[in-house]
Write a protein that binds this ligand. Structure first.
Ligand SMILES: C[S@@+](CC[C@H](N)C(=O)[O-])C[C@H]1O[C@@H](n2cnc3c(N)ncnc32)[C@H](O)[C@@H]1O
Length: 212
C-alpha cells in the first residue's frame, strides 16, 4: 500500500485524534501573532487546523489524503467563517509557491518525517518563498533518536517502512539546512516529552525559524 492509501484508510477509520497537538498549543501561545495566516502541510483530520481557526487564525491546509481532506472540508463548511479554514488535496512538496503570498507561518507537524530528503529540501525552499518577512517556519517531527527508529524495513539512511513510510530526521542536519537557506533560528529543541500520546513518548525536534 502506498502512503496516500495508508493515510486514506487511516482517516476513513475512527482512530484519528480529535484534540489539538501539544505543538499546536505551544505555537499558538508562544509563537503566533493574534491573527496569522497559517499554511499547514499535512493537516490529517484537521485537529490543529481547526484549533488555530478557533483561536482566530486563518488556515490554508494541504494534504494528499482525499479521505482526510473531504472530512475537513465538510467540517469547514459547518463553521461560522468557512472562508478562513480551507483544505486542499495535493502533494505539499509539489505546490507552486506563487499561489501563495504573505503567509505568516508555515506549520508542519509530523509531516517532515513523512517525506524523503529531496522533498524536504523542496519544502524548505517553498516555505522560504511563501513566507512574509518575519514569517515563521514551524516544524515538529520524529528524529533519529526516536524509539521507533529502526522499526520496519530499512530502505535508506534513516528511512523505514512499517505500515507506512518514515524518515527520521537528523535534527542538526535539518538545522544546518534551514540556516543555509537563510532562515534565522528562533526556537530549536530536540527531546522526548513533547508529544506523548497513549503509551508512546516520541523523540521529536521542535523548530521555529524566521524568514528575515
Ligand atoms: C502523521 S500524519 C500527521 C497529521 C497531523 N499533522 C497531526 O499532527 O495529527 C501525516 C499527514 O501528512 C500527510 N502527508 C504526508 N506526506 C504528504 C505529502 N507529500 N503531501 C501532502 N500530504 C502529505 C498525510 O496524508 C497525513 O495526513
Amino acid at each position: 500500500m502506498d502512503d496516500e492509501h495508508y493515510w486514506d484508510e487511516f482517516y476513513s477509520g475512527h482512530n484519528a485524534v480529535g484534540f489539538p497537538s501539544p505543538f499546536a498549543e505551544f505555537c499558538e501561545s508562544h509563537l503566533l501573532d493574534d491573527t496569522s495566516h497559517i499554511l499547514e502541510l499535512g493537516p490529517g483530520n484537521g485537529r490543529d487546523a481547526f484549533f488555530f481557526y478557533d483561536h482566530g487564525h486563518q488556515v490554508t491546509a494541504i494534504d494528499q489524503s482525499h479521505a482526510a481532506v473531504e472530512q475537513c472540508q465538510k467540517r469547514a463548511s459547518e463553521v461560522r467563517r468557512p472562508n478562513l479554514v480551507r483544505f486542499r488535496c495535493d502533494d505539499f512538496t509539489r505546490v507552486d509557491p506563487t499561489e501563495f503570498r504573505d503567509i505568516d507561518a508555515v506549520y508542519s507537524r509530523f509531516t517532515l518525517h513523512s517525506i524523503d530528503d529531496e522533498a524536504e529540501e523542496r519544502v524548505i525552499d517553498f516555505a522560504w518563498q511563501v513566507l512574509r518577512a518575519q514569517g515563521q517556519l514551524l516544524v515538529e517531527a520524529r528524529t533519529v533518536n526516536d524509539p521507533l527508529y529502526g522499526k520496519g524495513t530499512r530502505i535508506g539512511e534513516h528511512e523505514f517502512i512499517t505500515d507506512h513510510y518514515r524518515r527520521h530526521l537528523d535534527a542538526q542536519q535539518l538545522l544546518r539546512r534551514v540556516l543555509d537557506r537563510g532562515f534565522q533560528l528562533h526556537f530549536f529543541h530536540e527531546s522526548d516529552g513533547l508529544a506523548p500520546f497513549q503509551d508512546e513518548n516520541p523523540v521529536v525536534v521542535r523548530m521555529a525559524m524566521i524568514r528575515p
